[in-house]
Design a protein around this ligand. Structure first.
Ligand code: ATP
Ligand code: ZN
Length: 298
C-alpha cells in the first residue's frame, strides 16, 4: 500500500454514498469525483477515495487494501461473522460511529400471521442477505430455522413462495407494510461508522487520520450546538445560566444606552427547542437569536 497517501473506501452509489461524500467535504477534503472511476484523488490533501459496493468495504479494510472505510455496522458485522466462521484472522477497529445510515435489521412476517415470541419462527424458512447475523441470533436462542439467502428483493420472498419470513433492513417500516408484512423483532441496530485496519500506520498516516477524526468531531459538535445571543436584565443572568447547564460559561457584555441590561452570548451543546426560547422570554430576555454553528475546534 502507498505510504504517502491515505486511502479511504466509501460506497459508490446507494444510501451511504451521499452522506459519506458530504462528510469528506465538511472535513475540508476536496475530492474530484470522476464518474465510473474506482479511485478519485483529493485536490488538497494526500487522500485517495475508493468508490466501491458497500459489501466490499469491510474486507478491503480488514485485508489492508485501504486504510479507512465508511460502512454500515450491519454490513461490517456480517462480514466479521462470516470470516470468523471460516476461522480467518480479523483485524480492524471502529474509529468513530457516525450519525447517518440509521436503520435496523428486523424479522418480518405476513401481517395476518400471529406472533408471540421468537419461538413462533421455529422451523420456518427465512429469506435474508444477512445469514450470519441471523444464524448467530437464532443459535443463541436455540431456535432452528432454514436460511434462504438472497442478495436483493428480500421483501418479496414470501409472496414468491421462497420463504415464510424475512430478515431485512428496515428504516421507517413503510416498505414492509406495502408488501403486506409486519415487523415482529428487531435483531440488530445499525448506523454508519468509520473503520480502520489495526496495522501500524506510519506517523504520516496517523497524522492525517487524527486530523480527519478531529474535523469530524468538530463538524458533529457544531451541528449539535447552537450560538445564542440575547438581551437580559443583569439580575437575571444567573437564571439564564441555569437553563444551559451543559454549556460553557457565557460571555457577557454591556448593552449601549441600557444601564441594567446586558448581552449574553452562549454556545449551547444541544438543539434549542421552543420551550427554552419561551422560558428565556418569561425571564425577560429580548432580541433572542439562535444561530447555527458551522465549525468548532476545541
Ligand atoms: P451496494 O450496491 O453498494 O451493494 P446496497 O443496495 O447493498 O448497495 P443500500 O441500499 O445503498 O445498499 O444501503 C447501504 C447501507 O445503507 C445499508 O447496508 C445500511 O447500512 C444503510 N441503510 C439501509 N437502509 C437505509 C435507510 N433507509 N436509511 C439510511 N440508511 C440505510
Ligand atoms: Zn450492498
Amino acid at each position: 500500500m502507498y505510504d504517502n497517501k491515505l486511502r479511504i473506501a466509501i460506497q459508490k452509489s446507494g444510501r451511504l454514498s451521499k452522506d459519506s461524500r458530504r462528510l469528506l467535504y465538511n472535513c475540508g477534503i476536496k475530492i474530484n469525483f470522476q464518474k465510473n472511476k474506482l479511485i478519485s484523488f483529493s485536490e488538497n490533501m494526500p487522500i485517495d477515495v475508493m468508490c466501491v459496493r458497500d459489501d466490499d468495504i469491510p474486507g478491503l479494510v480488514i485485508d489492508g487494501i485501504v486504510d479507512l472505510g465508511i460502512v454500515g455496522r450491519n454490513v461490517l458485522e456480517e462480514e466479521v461473522l462470516k470470516r470468523k466462521f471460516k476461522s480467518e484472522k480479523i483485524s480492524f477497529k471502529i474509529l468513530k460511529h457516525l450519525d447517518f445510515g440509521i436503520c435496523r435489521l428486523s424479522i418480518g412476517i405476513p401481517a395476518e400471521k400471529k406472533y408471540h415470541d421468537i419461538n413462533c419462527l421455529n422451523g420456518l424458512r427465512i429469506a435474508t442477505s444477512y445469514p450470519y447475523i441471523l444464524k448467530k441470533y437464532f443459535n443463541n436462542k436455540n431456535v432452528s430455522f432454514k436460511i434462504c439467502k438472497l442478495n436483493g428483493s428480500v421483501e418479496v420472498a414470501i409472496r414468491a413462495g421462497l420463504a415464510d419470513a424475512i430478515f431485512d433492513l428496515v428504516s421507517t417500516g413503510e416498505a414492509l407494510v406495502s408488501n403486506g408484512l409486519k415487523e415482529v423483532k428487531v435483531i440488530h441496530n445499525s448506523s454508519a461508522c468509520i473503520i480502520h485496519n489495526k496495522n501500524n500506520f506510519s506517523d504520516f498516516k496517523k497524522n492525517i487520520i487524527e486530523t480527519f477524526i478531529s474535523r469530524i468531531n468538530g463538524t458533529i459538535k457544531a451541528r449539535e450546538s447552537k450560538y445564542i445571543m440575547l438581551h437580559i436584565s443583569s439580575n437575571k443572568v444567573d437564571n439564564v445560566v441555569k437553563l444551559f447547564i451543559d454549556s460553557e460559561k457565557p460571555t457577557i457584555s454591556k448593552l449601549l444606552g441600557r444601564k441594567n441590561m446586558v448581552v449574553m452570548h452562549i454556545v449551547s451543546r444541544e438543539s434549542i427547542f421552543w420551550e427554552t426560547m419561551e422560558k428565556l422570554k418569561n425571564l425577560g430576555a429580548r432580541s433572542i437569536l439562535v444561530l447555527p454553528i458551522e465549525k468548532m475546534l476545541e
